[in-house]
Design a protein around this ligand. Sequence first.
Ligand code: M6R
Length: 610
Amino acid sequence: MCGIVGYLGATNASDVLLTGLKRLEYRGYDSAGLATIHDGQLHVRRAVGPVDQLQESLTKSPVRGEIGIGHTRWATHGQPSEQNAHPHMDASGRIALVHNGVIENHSSIRNFLADEGIQFHSQTDTECLVQLIGFFYGRSGDLRESLELALQEVRGTFGIALVCSDHPETLFSARRGSPLLVGITAEGYVIASDPHAVVAHTSDVTYLEDDEVAVLSPAGLEATTIHSVAVEKRIEVLDLSLADVGLSGHANYMEKEIREQPESLREMMRGRLDVTNGRIVLGGLTEIERDLAHFQRVLLFGCGTAWHAALIGGYLFETLAGIPTTVQYASELRYRNPLIEENTLAVAMSQSGETADTLAALREVKLKGATCLGIVNTVGSSIALETDAGVYLHVGPEIGVASTKAFTAQVAVLTMMACDLGRRRRLSPEQTANVVHELATMPEKIAEALETEKQIQSLVADLSQHDNWLYLGRGVNFPVALEGALKLKEISYIHAEGLPAAEMKHGPIALIDKGMPVVVIAVQDHTYEKVLSNIEEVRSRKGRVIAIATQGDTQIGEVADEVIFVPPTIPALSPLVTTIPLQWLAYHTALHRGCNVDKPRNLAKSVTVE
Ligand code: M6R
């Protein structure tokens, strides 16, 4: 949540900052702002709404300078307004700060500073931090020391960039709990909360660790802890290209990412599926290889879409590997004082690797003795760094706020893990090879499932008139129903509920009236006959059934109003194909309703607040 960018170099800072902010906009788009230093003066511009608004204000009133900081906001403390937009300034007007994270003790800092006669201009927690830095600076005249002192005082999380008109060639930055990387260019530095804003300038980067400060100037990069202890930084090469973060001719990121799924899955499985020998090879698990046969429990956790993938994983770990598995919302797990039994494998699921609740749950179960794995997309993210081992999704950056390609990759990774653990326990070589072969066909099957798009487009004009939908599924496809409903809710603002099909008759059936869209996943597995009965129950109440069914099914057309066929596969892998039409359904419904699919209201891509 919130994107920050900073620049020190030889060209117009506001251009670099604006381009960077556009790349970070998926992290928040309530307001945007930037500050540069020119002729020894701070120049600040801020605007409510997306970065385009800021650009417009800069066109009318440009700023100059070759050093600056920028911010795109997802509001936490204080509503989206120009006053609350970053950068925020200290009382002297010489220091400007952008911040990603939450300062938890902001009230006590505010009260302390107010007693010292300092006036505040916003409701944000961030202003408390910059005012505190300014307060210390006013006393000591040493900015670096003041920054460190203030950071020692604050509780909570921060990724910050700071400039001061007294230091027109120095860019200050620091982090705790919110990601921050420094890109080293031929002429200077670009810092940002994620690599998307850096990749256009350099691939040489270094990542700040918690409680580190980086001071960047023509003299070089000087890193210390917030207690002034010098730190040696390692320069790494970014594994990201500009093409990865662009639209490559697509209308928006969600469309791009939905279409990328056959290829992203192929990439993710490359070298991990040994089709010849019918084996799974997950290099990321080598560190805990010897324990893999001995885990007696699995605990999967995550938030939102990642939690849905975890639910599918729970089903697969039990059916394929025969290991008792629990699946928890990370946000609940962290506060329930979980009982972690001996030989528990805990798996944190997160596309971004930065979700605050998932990170906190990870720390909790780690403390209680679980061996912790991460299934994460963002290389080098906090969850990836804090787990004992893990499997990267390697699907490239996911920028659309609605998670799509990360979901299918998470499900596929969990299938591979369940299969690998199963082989070490109860799966025969033949059973394992069967899953491996089927996994290898998934990119083609997903490509085929993507062809349902036209049929779905023809349905949405009618369907999108309805404000309430149900999604039903059973077994491994129940989480797919949840995921379908979440996709529809978050990008089209239609209310939708996902349910286990059989639960409908215990209450939600009362909602069904004439024409209400009920999307039912009705693939030919052991629950098929029961699902047909559930469809009949919907039809008796005049609901409109849209069935996702297996190609070749001749019965389903008799009971459903619309049938969307997906390629056949083994039941355990069916979520990988049944998910695809549900992604299209949400996408085209949202477009039909004129919604911005990449930037749905009130949301941001990675939720780094609790
Ligand atoms: O980055 P994470 O996978 O940890 O994010 C978890 C959720 O915030 C995320 O999946 C969210 O639910 C998506 N917007 C759903 O499309």
